[in-house]
Design a protein around this ligand. Structure first.
Ligand code: AMP
Ligand code: MG
Length: 361
């Protein structure tokens, strides 16, 4: 069920953007923390509210492709085709920046990241304020991206000193229910006929290739092979809950080895460990960890129970729930969360990327 914001709430939020203030709003990927992209002081407030490093540029959200000319210098034809095919939707393209765009938005680069979100509340907000909105995810820097308005508020308020009425620290919140995709957008840089995926998301290289058959598409490297960040944001710690995330690949690691790794990671003796993954693997692995723990003569490495296991039916549902599960299991006092890596295909690549980064890899 979607909690839909009223027309009045959207108008109030649009006015806040025009006045140079911040708005938390839903998109189909995660919640965004938005400001008028043309207002340098407003954009500076985003960096302050998030504690975001100044060298990490923002994504500019547009209502339609027609708005691109205000922020993009020249729209390469390949980018036009990709936007036609995938927008509105979870695809961000990195394009030559318009010289008038404040440098704070692009972190001083000569490119700008642009996206046209599909969430009806995001679209209504953009239409109502009538200008491009710069917005990163609505969380304190380094934490998991929020997929509900409650997660956004909890994360941003941890970094606040004061809170006033329905607006907290000058931020207006719009509730649009849980985000459908649950992971950040695919980010791809376009230059001429070359498209390089900088951050994997729910739209993969195969999808892009089908839309532009004669373009050269370079897929995001699989996470185990990332040695040098291609996009500024990728070098910063990301997507981390309070609990230590242990990324487990059932193809590569036996339950016994996983158990030893848990023992090395969490304090000796009893520790509360959550397990998340795709059915039936998560429940099976939780049971194996538990069985190993119960063996006579062994120290008790982990306490897992049904309440601390979360299982999705497939990769899409895993993506939809990942960040919420991180935050929920944190709230249940987990010291570690074993996140089972799905196969490296489709949205599985994006999941592997976010889980590996959350685990500090
Ligand atoms: P967030 O909005 O927090 O999901 O982060 C936006 C992502 O897009 C970060 O990983 C940024 O580094 C990336 N990004 C934004 N603008 C650019 C750009 N001009 N070039 C390369 N990557 C960018
Ligand atoms: Mg973010």
């Amino acid at each position: 069920m979607k909690a839909m914001a009223s027309a009045e709430q959207i108008q109030t939020a649009a006015q806040a953007i025009r006045d140079g203030r911040l708005v938390v709003f839903p998109t189909e990927t995660v919640y965004g923390l938005g400001a008028d992209a043309g207002n340098e002081e407003a954009v500076a407030r985003i960096f302050a509210a998030k504690g975001r490093p100044a060298d990490n540029p923002l994504i500019v959200h547009l209502e339609s492709i027609a708005w691109a000319e205000a922020v993009v210098d020249r729209l390469p034809p390949v980018a036009g085709v990709l936007f036609e095919r995938f927008s509105p939707g979870p695809l961000t393209l990195v394009l030559p920046a318009h010289p008038s765009l404040p440098g704070i938005v692009t972190a001083g680069l000569d490119t700008v990241a642009v996206r046209i979100p599909s969430h009806p509340v995001a679209r209504a907000l953009l239409a109502s304020c009538g200008r491009p909105v710069a917005a990163p995810s609505a969380n304190r820097s380094g934490e998991p991206s929020p997929t509900t308005v409650g997660m956004a508020r909890a994360s941003l308020e941890r970094g606040l000193v004061s809170s006033v009425g329905g607006e907290s620290g000058g931020i207006t919140y719009i509730d649009g229910g849980p985000c459908e995709v649950g992971l950040e957008s695919t980010v791809a840089a376009v230059s001429g006929r070359r498209v390089v995926i900088l951050r994997p998301g729910s739209i993969g290289a195969d999808d892009l290739q089908r839309a532009v058959p004669d373009a050269q598409i370079a897929d995001a490297p699989s996470v185990d092979r990332i040695d040098r960040p291609v996009s500024p944001g990728l070098k910063h710690g990301h997507y981390r809950p309070g609990a230590t995330v242990i990324a487990h690949d059932p193809q590569d690691e036996s339950p016994d080895r996983l158990r030893s790794r848990i023992l090395r990671t969490v304090p000796e003796g009893r520790a509360t460990v959550g397990v998340i993954g795709i059915a039936p693997t998560a429940v099976r692995i939780a049971a194996e960890i538990g069985r190993a723990a119960g063996r006579p003569g062994n120290r008790r490495p982990a306490e897992t129970n049904q309440g601390l296991v979360r299982e999705a039916a497939d990769a899409r549902e895993y993506a939809h729930n990942l960040y919420r599960w991180f935050v929920e299991l944190d709230g249940q006092g987990c010291e570690a969360i074993v996140a089972i890596l799905p196969p490296d295909q489709g949205v599985g690549r994006a999941l592997r990327d976010r889980i590996t980064r959350a685990a500090g890899g």
